[in-house]
Each structure stands twice: as C-alpha cells, then as structure tokens.
Ligand binder design. Structure first.
Ligand code: ADP
Ligand code: ZN
Ligand code: ZN
Length: 719
C-alpha cells in the first residue's frame, strides 16, 4: 500500500510569486488540485487553492495545513487550466490570480452550497378574480415581476399572508425554488430575419461544436443582437449553456429584459450584486442550472458545467480590460476559454477593435458582416460644421442651433454628445492665470454646479469653490471650457420649451433615475438629450433624428496611441443612435479641424476606412496589434525609488532578445493621488520574446519598500 500523501502545494492569495507547501494532517481528505484549503500564513489564516499533492522537491519541514475545505476541484478543469494560463500570460502571481477567479464568498472559505430560497410563482391556472381585487393586484404584481417573487418582497409590497394564502388555495400560486430549470425555454420568437441576418446565422451555425472564433462586424442597429439570440436558441436547444459578455454600461435592465422576453430566466453578473448573490449565480452556473449568463468583465471567469457558446457584445469596449490587480482582457480571455473548450466564440461590434480586425485579416477569426440596418431604417448621413471663427454658446454654434431647431420642430429628438462631465474642465483667474489644480494629482480640477464645487476626476478629491483668486485675491475667476452641465444650461436657455435630459455618470448613479429618464425619452416627444459616452452605448432611442458631436477634436489629438481608435468608435457609436426607426437621421460634428485626415477618413469612408488607415499607422509605428506591448509601471511617494526600480528592471531586461525597451519615463499623468508614476514600455517582435522577457521578472516579489509595481500585458491605455 502506498503511504497517504504528506505534502500539499498551495497557492495563497498574496502578491508573492512562490507557492507554499503544507503538511496534510492525518485523517484529512486529500484535496484535488483546485480544492480549497485553509492554511496558516504568517499570523493569518488564508484560503488557498491546492495546486499539487506530493509535489516534486517538497519543503523539508512544512507547516501543517489547517483544514481541507473541498476534496474536489471547485473551479472545474477548464477554469483551473485557464487560471494557470492567466497567471502565466499576465505575469501575475498564481495565488492572487486564483483569488480573482474565486468569488468573494468562496475566497472567505464559505461552503459552496446553492441557496434554495423559495418564491411564490404564478401557475397557468389563474381564475377570474373580478371579485377579489386584492388577489388580482397580487397577480398583476407577480406578472410585472416576471411571474414570481420572494415572500419577503411580497410582504414589503404590502400583500398580506391572507391574500397570498387565498390565491394559493385557488391554485393560482405555488411555492417553488428560485432556480428556474435550465431547460430550453424559448418564449418569444422575434422578427423574421433579414436576408443578411439569415446568411450570417447560417454561417455561424456551421461552427457550433468546435472552436470557431468569428468577428461579426455589423453597423449600428443592423440586428446583431437578434443574430446572437437566434444562435443562442440553437445552443440552448442542444441543452448547452451560453455566456454573453457585455460592457459595463450595456447591462441595463433594457438589455436583460430583451433576453428574458426571449428565453425566460437568464442570470446576470454585474457590479450591483451582493457577494452572496454573486456566489449563488456562480454556483448555479457551475451546477448547470443557469442556461444563459449575461455579465460584465468578470463573468468570463465563471465555471460552467457545459458551456456551448461565448458571445462578446461590443467587443471593442475598454471596460473589458481590468485596470488593476490581474489586468486581464475579458475579450482575450474569452478567446482562450473558447479555444480550450472547443466551442464557438462570437465577437460582435459596429466598430471592432483594431486587434480583432487584425486577427480577422490574419485568418485567425472568420469575419462576417451586416451592412444594412435591420427593419429597413437608413444609416444616418455624416456632416461637418466648420466652427473656426464662430462664437459658441456653451459649446453650441449658431448653425448647429438652427439644425437642432429644425429637428425639434419636426417632432424629432436631438442628442448632443460631448465627452466631459461637469460644468467646465478649467477654473482660472483672468488677472493672474491661477488655475484650480488637484493638490494630489497633476490635473486640473473640474468645476461642477449642483452640487457646486471642484472635483478631481482622477482621485475624486473635492474642494469648495473659491470666490476670490487664491493666487492674487482678485474676484476674477472664470470657468473655461465646457462640460455636460454647462451645455445643458446653455440648451435650456436656447430651447426653454423643450425638455432636456442629461445623461452622464453624475446623473445616472441610480439605475432607477436612469430608467426613468430613458422611459421619458422613449415616450418620443421632442426632447434634447445631452451627455457623455453613456449615451453612446447600447441604447435604442427610436425618435432621435439628430446626433450632434460638439467637441470631436480633442480625442484625435491626445497622446495615447489608442486615442484615435477610441474617439472614432465613440463617434460612430453615438452617431448610431440617430435614425433607428422610420425617421431618417443626421449626424453633425463640430470641428476646428475640418481637414484633419483622421476625421475625414471616418466621415468619408466610415469606420472600415478609418480602421484600415489607422492600422497602417500602427504598422508603420511598430505598435499593437503589429507588435505586442507591455508596460511595467511603478509608483511611489517620491520619484527616486520608483525610477530607480524601473531602471534596474530595464537593465535586467536589456539582454532579452527581440524586445524594444522605452523608458523608464514619467507616466502621461505623472502624479495621481499624491503618488508619482513611471513606466517602462516593452514592444516585441512577437509574443514569445515578450513573455520570455517578462518572465525574467518572475520572482521579483513586491519590489523595494514604498514602491508599488505591476505588469500590464496588452495595456488598454498608457496612462
Ligand atoms: P444591433 O445589436 O446591431 O444594434 P439590434 O439587434 O438591437 O441591432 O436591432 C436593432 C433594432 O432592429 C431592434 O429594435 C431590433 O428589434 C430590430 N430588428 C432586428 N432584427 C430585425 C429584423 N430582422 N426585422 C425587423 N426588426 C429587426
Ligand atoms: Zn489671480
Ligand atoms: Zn486628484
């Protein structure tokens, strides 16, 4: 008989490169790789993940392990393998990587059992309730809630136990578990597909059951979502699970309802969930009880019993990239995951990332197109307003005002887009030139009205608005530049009889308020919508006939290499809100640079023309997606140690072949929250040399005292 295993190698959730060995106490179950264990660590007790049992070269004198929480692999084979890949690809400690993959509840060591709340669910046998208005009200309430509700929620809504019992006695109501069976519930049927949609669906159907990455490039409103729904129907019909990734902003109740109308219950993961709710969804996906999961970035790290398809909607969106900790791109992880599972992957966008276009051109993805809008709506026409020499009224030129009036008089809605919230980005003294700057960041503070004050959009610091100049004492302070609040005020003055809705991060902190605004807009009466990129994504505003972009230039001039791509995507996406129903739409872009070649290519040739041109620039400049990039960032309270650390990293990497090193240099925003930031950029001829170079830093550990450093592979921005 072989002796029982003695040593367990464990990844602990700490920013340390190494794994730790522990002795398995006599009688404890032997954990599988992927099982959770409680281990002593320094003076703490941590939840780690077993990586191997009886590893080679075990520690000669390991500390005893405290407790084995799971004998089995809690992540499943594919997610465990993916975690190893994540740690390796993003050069992040395995323990911290696993800590990111596990939901908080599991990380704390809680038992992984699915909660079985019971709900009251309507049956198909609701009798005539004309003479029982309270019971009828309960039926209406439940129908509005999707057919079921928790007892506590019904109580909170004012339904007494007697009313509930009465309705249950009539057979109209039963108690059931919250978890809807994952059966292929197909409720609605959706519109008849256009020829283009039908062709795309047919092409997609041929890829089911194998790794088949597809880039679906379809103009705004071309019915991409409808195609997703049909493909999902097929996968669900085969009894398999589906994961749909959407950008942070797109997970509105509107999106969820669209899926629910078609499929009945769907599960969702977003930032609004409690830890317990998140763990519950995680467990039910793992158990195969969830048929369709819609979620933002982190949903790509959910275990599934039998995943059959991954859809990434708006695949170009920056919110798929995590900006701290494990800096993964959910889109890229989705590709890896689909490959590992041998399942299709659908990347959809009207404005695909240059990465995905490049992958498609290189033959790594199939590239399918939807050129026309679904349901017969026309694509809006693009026009420029040359505002050189014009006086603007809170950002609005006289020609634009006239165009707006024409659309509003004709019963349409006008959407005014600018990418800056607040009232004005600069508050300065006309006498001495003093500017309101954040004391902790190298950034100007933004002036806000209602509530009035100065806010730093980088660290969140707020300050009172000085009346007299802190520099010279004179009362000559003025707001310079425009933000959404200022434009809103200007529009209210220009169009006093037209309701104006502002949609930006300041007005949409509550889902409820956003929903109310969106409902008013969908009402369709003439109205002005003013806002930031929150207006650009996902929303369907059937009555918007005019989209105005009032300050497009800044985005094309920024120093970040992705800024033109991001700006073009934003313009096309926001323009895509125009003319989505019967009325045709127009897009007007105010610019001081009507001959800017980047802007021109976008206007004249559309996004594909812009993208082709921009890809050529990237190729010529040796930038991604032609050469992979990584950043090593370091920050500290003082410049010297952070800079010295990066200099030492540079010296270590200097010998690595096939890698170009740039820096260390100050980050484009050199100081945020009172910490000085530096970065070293790596550009490589191919993936392999990049990773070989970064591997030289494994084992580096937390770095010198006071310095925080991190590696960002495939950075989304270089700030
Ligand atoms: P996208 O995801 O490309 O923006 P959607 O799928 O949201 O496009 O479709 C845009 C609008 O067109 C929606 O209101 C949708 O209901 C409608 N639509 C989609 N496909 C069709 C179709 N085949 N016939 C009629 N209307 C359609
Ligand atoms: Zn002054
Ligand atoms: Zn600040």
């Amino acid at each position: 008989m072989t002796p029982p295993p003695a040593v367990v190698r464990v990844a602990v959730p700490k920013p340390l490169p190494q794994l730790f060995d522990y002795a398995l106490p006599a009688g404890a179950p032997v954990p599988a790789a992927g099982g959770r264990v409680r281990v002593p660590f320094g003076r703490q007790t941590l939840t780690g993940i077993c990586v191997a049992v009886d590893p080679p070269d075990p520690h000669p004198d390991p500390r005893p392990l405290e407790r084995v929480l799971d004998a089995g692999n809690v992540l499943g084979d594919d997610l465990l393998a993916l975690s190893h890949w994540l740690a390796d690809y993003y050069h992040h400690p395995l323990g911290e990587t696993l800590g990111t993959v596990l939901p908080a509840g599991a990380r704390r060591g809680e038992a992984l059992a699915i909660r079985r709340d019971t709900v009251w669910r309507l049956t198909d046998a609701v009798p005539d309730l004309d003479r029982a208005p309270k019971q009828q009200a309960l039926v209406d309430h439940l129908r509005a809630a999707g057919g079921a509700a928790l007892p506590a929620d019904l109580e909170a809504a004012g339904f007494s136990a007697a009313v509930i019992r009465g309705l249950a006695a009539k057979g109209a109501l039963v108690r059931s578990e919250t978890t809807a069976p994952a059966g292929a519930v197909v409720r609605g049927s959706g519109p008849e597909l256009s020829d283009e949609q039908a062709q795309v669906l047919k092409a997609l159907s041929t890829g089911l059951g194998r790794f088949d990455p597809v880039l679906l490039e379809g103009v705004t409103g071309s019915g991409k979502t409808e195609v997703y729904l049909r493909l999902i129907e097929q996968v669900r019909g085969a009894g398999r699970q589906v994961l749909v990734l959407v950008p942070e902003i797109a997970l509105t109740p509107q999106t969820l309802r669209r899926f629910e109308r078609r499929f009945g219950a769907v599960a969702a993961i977003h930032s609004g969930l409690t830890d317990a709710q998140r763990l519950d969804v995680w467990l039910r996906c793992r158990a195969g009880e969830v048929g369709i999961l819609i979620g933002t970035r982190s949903a790509v790290l959910t275990p599934f019993r039998d995943l059959g398809l991954i859809v990434v909607d708006e695949e170009h969106d920056g919110s798929f990239k995590q900006q701290d900790g494990l800096r993964y791109s959910a889109r890229d992880v989705a590709v890896k995951r689909a490959q590992g599972l041998g399942i299709p992957l659908l990347l959809g966008s009207a404005t695909p990332s240059l990465e995905s276009l490049h992958n498609a051109a290189a033959g790594r993805y199939r590239h399918l197109h939807l050129h026309r809008r679904a349901g017969g709506a026309e694509m809006p026409g693009f026009n420029l307003i040359d505002i050189r020499g014009h006086t603007l009224s809170e950002g609005i030129s006289v020609p634009l005002e006239k165009i707006m009036r024409r659309h509003l008089d004709a019963g349409g809605q006008a959407l005014v887009f600018l990418n800056r919230r607040g009232f004005a980005p600069t508050y300065l003294c006309a006498a001495c030139g003093w500017q309101a700057e954040c004391p902790d960041c190298d950034m100007r503070m933004t002036l806000h009205r209602r509530p009035e004050g100065l806010t730093c959009h980088h660290c969140g610091r707020r300050a009172r608005l000085p009346r007299d100049c802190p520099g010279c004492g004179r009362p000559e302070l003025m707001a310079v530049g425009i933000g959404t609040q200022r434009t809103e005020a200007g529009l209210e003055a220009l169009f006093p009889d037209v309701p104006c809705y502002r949609i930006d991060r300041d007005t949409t902190r509550s889902h409820r308020r956003l929903e109310a605004q969106l409902a008013a807009i969908r009402g369709g009466e003439p109205a002005i919508l003013v806002g930031t990129q929150m207006l650009a994504k996902g929303h369907h505003f059937p009555n918007v006939t005019l989209v105005a972009v009032i300050n497009a230039d800044g985005g094309f001039l920024s120093a970040d290499f992705r800024a033109p791509e991001r700006t073009a995507q934003l313009i096309i996406q926001v323009a895509g809100r125009a003319g989505r129903a019967e009325r045709p739409g127009e897009v007007w872009i105010q610019t001081y640079q009507p001959d800017n070649p980047t802007l021109r290519s976008l206007i004249d040739d559309g996004y594909p023309g812009f993208a082709a041109r921009e890809l050529e620039h990237r190729r010529a400049a040796g930038l991604p997606p032609f050469r992979p990039m990584a950043l090593v960032r370091a920050e500290a309270a003082n410049a010297e140690p952070a800079q010295a650390f990066l200099q030492s990293v540079r010296e270590r990497l200097a010998a690595a072949p096939g890698v170009e090193l740039l820096g260390p240099a100050a980050a484009p925003i050199p100081r945020v929250a009172n910490r000085l930031r530096f970065q070293l950029m790596l550009l490589a001829d191919a993936r392999a040399p990049l990773h070989r170079a970064l591997r030289l830093l494994t084992g580096e550990g937390p770095g010198p005292r006071g310095v925080r450093w991190s590696v960002d592979v495939d950075p989304y921005d270089t700030f």
